[in-house]
Ligand binder design. Structure first.
Ligand code: ZN
Length: 241
């Protein structure tokens, strides 16, 4: 078998082992990131809820003051009613009283609404806080899992990376670049054995003349259809015998 092909097979095996280690980490890095983001968003939401509660309290106080003023006004008008002498005066003061009462009623409605809203917000804050605690617990676990997985695979990863570096240096750059491109494009399969009379990657038929050449192992061949490097399985087996 061609020396470069043999090296590419080794490289592919190393790359697949490294990929498996990365896969082992799986969603964990992404999970940790997502959980952190979720906690931050929920904290932001609760901060906003707390601010709204304070705004509502201010609104309640303002309306309470308004009601007090209105009541004083109404009382004053009612006293004046006893002193009126004309219908016109009477009507004018009655209108003032009605106006004042309506304003009080509006202020009372606003207080009620703000109070109800605050009750809802307090409940919401509680629910979100429980949620934050739960998410924090999840984050702690995910972080622990991630750390453990990294710790358990780090040594193996370093060994594989060292081997990879060594073999990469031996492979002519031109072939290495083709390999890289195909490996990434073809889901980690850039060097394939021929399967009977076809490419082991895409199953396209390989002409007999080319097959013979591949078996001889003197030159480097790629599949005409998928561009993967081709080798003869038996040739590998022979080497290992
Ligand atoms: Zn192919």
């Amino acid at each position: 078998m061609h020396k470069t092909i043999k090296q590419l097979i080794t490289l592919q095996s190393l790359d697949n082992k490294l990929k498996a280690i990365n896969d082992k980490l799986g969603d964990l890095p992404e999970t940790v990131k997502t959980l952190k983001y979720q906690i931050k968003e929920k904290q932001k939401e609760n901060k906003k809820n707390s601010e709204t509660i304070i705004e509502n309290k201010t609104l309640i106080r303002k309306n309470e003051a308004k009601i007090e003023d209105n009541n004083a006004q109404t009382k004053k008008f009612q006293e004046q009613l006893y002193l009126v002498t004309t219908n016109r005066e009477y009507d004018a003061i009655t209108a003032e009283i009605d106006f004042s009462k309506k304003a009080t009623s509006t202020a009372e409605d606003e207080i009620l609404m703000a109070e109800e809203n605050n009750e809802e917000l307090k409940e919401k804050i509680k629910t979100i806080e429980i949620n934050i605690e739960k998410t924090k617990e999840e984050l702690k676990n995910a972080k622990k899992d991630l750390e453990q997985t990294i710790n358990s695979t780090e040594k193996e990863k370093q060994k594989l990376e060292a081997e990879r570096e060594k073999i990469t240096k031996l492979i002519p750059k031109k072939y290495y670049n083709i390999y890289k491109r195909i490996y990434n494009a073809r889901n980690g399969l850039a060097v394939v054995p021929i399967n009977r009379d076809a490419c082991g990657g895409c199953n396209s038929r390989i002409i007999p003349q080319k097959r013979v050449e591949i078996y001889k192992g003197g030159k480097i061949f790629v599949c005409d259809v998928c561009n993967r490097f081709l080798y003869a399985k038996n040739a590998v087996n022979d080497e290992h015998k």
